[in-house]
Design a protein around this ligand. Structure first.
Ligand code: AMP
Ligand code: TRP
Length: 331
């Protein structure tokens, strides 16, 4: 039996990138791996590394939980919980901060990008964020961590931290493997295909949220930036915008890129985009209907309570052992 662990920050609205890069993969793994355990959490401690409005943060935390379930997660087989409700995340995060070097944290692109923009509001917790992320994973002895491409670097650092700790204190943490999907791992901005699709993006035309209605989805796909070549062809260098749309199509329908190119090679972008918008609507609207049912019900809190109980048991035990290893406290 393997344990699979992942999380999502409750900042902004969930995007199509989150769905195709992370959530969809998680749901698929759950269908394929009947004997494995699934831990999934809402990373609210990570969210406050940038300023959040308290009541909005709390609402979005529940929204993300409900959305996970609406996307098809099996509630019986998932330990779904809120990160801040398990205090061991922060506690282990601190210990791991003492096992990671400034130089390593400075090399993280997520931090570097902000720093390069001369952003003066970078908090110290944003800088040390990868140590907390490592704690999220190592606390549960995760075997696999399904994430999008942008988290690969953080996963590599997690592995380095685990190996370093094991080396000094003797074997203690499981060294996890990232699981990055073949298609959909990096969905790009619809208006600027050089940037990844992100919920913190200012131009809403560039991203599709999981809450967008049919009209909005169709409009955003129609106005997605392509090129003047006008031929359906998969060329991520010269036809970046189109390649991104083909990737979205492939990821949403589970068709291969070749199948899509063959099907559309003799039609223009307009028909291709109309079909893509329809496929997205067919997937996203039922998810939204489920989301509305779940968010209204009391069941969500029951699921989160149960998740907290199970996660707490694991985290508590692991943390006790960890403190003993490090020599903290009396025994
Ligand atoms: P975040 O919203 O940053 O907490 O990301 C949650 C998960 O969604 C992570 O596994 C990310 O790698 C994934 N993700 C976020 N944006 C994208 C994107 N544009 N394409 C693919 N995956 C993404
Ligand atoms: N850092 C991840 C992101 O920004 C979210 C996250 C936090 C996460 N802890 C995690 C993902 C542990 C996987 C495992 O996307």
């Amino acid at each position: 039996m393997k344990r699979i662990v992942s999380g999502i920050k409750p900042t902004g609205s969930l995007t199509l990138g989150n769905y195709l890069g992370a959530i969809k993969q998680f749901v698929k793994l759950q269908k394929e791996r009947k004997n494995d355990e699934f831990f999934l959490f809402i990373a609210d401690l990570h969210a406050i590394t940038t300023r959040q409005v308290p009541h909005e943060l709390r609402k979005r935390t529940l929204d993300v939980a409900a959305m996970y379930l609406a996307c098809g997660l099996d509630k019986e087989r998932t330990t779904l919980f809120i990160q801040s409700e398990i205090h061991e995340h922060a506690e282990l995060g601190y210990i791991l901060q003492s096992n990671v070097y400034m130089g390593e944290l400075e090399r993280m692109t997520q931090y570097k990008d902000k720093n390069d923009k001369n952003d003066t509001s970078i908090t110290s917790s944003l800088f040390t964020y990868p140590a907390l992320m490592a704690a999220d994973i190592l606390l549960y002895d995760a075997d696999y961590v399904p994430v999008g491409d942008d988290q690969k670097q953080h996963l590599e650092l997690t592995r380095d931290i685990a190996a370093r700790f094991n080396n000094y204190y003797s074997n203690f943490f499981k060294v996890p493997e990232p699981l990055i999907p073949e298609v959909g791992a990096r969905i790009m901005d619809l208006q600027n295909p050089d940037k990844k699709m992100s919920k913190s993006e200012n131009n809403p035309k560039g991203y599709i949220t999981l809450f967008d209605d049919e009209k909005t989805i169709t409009k955003k796909i129609k106005s997605a930036k392509t090129d003047s070549l006008g031929v359906i062809n998969y060329d991520p260098v010269n036809q970046k915008g189109l390649a991104n749309l083909i990737n979205i199509f492939a990821s949403v329908t589970d068709l291969s890129i070749n199948e899509i190119v063959n099907k559309y090679k003799n039609v223009g972008y307009k028909i291709f985009k109309e079909d893509l918008a329809k496929k997205l609507v067919d997937v996203l609207i039922p998810i939204q209907e489920k989301y509305h049912e779940i968010i209204k019900s009391n069941e969500l809190h029951e699921i989160l309570n149960k998740g907290r109980e199970i996660a707490n048991r694991y985290a508590n035990l692991k943390m006790k052992k960890c403190k003993r290893k490090v020599g903290l406290g009396r025994k």
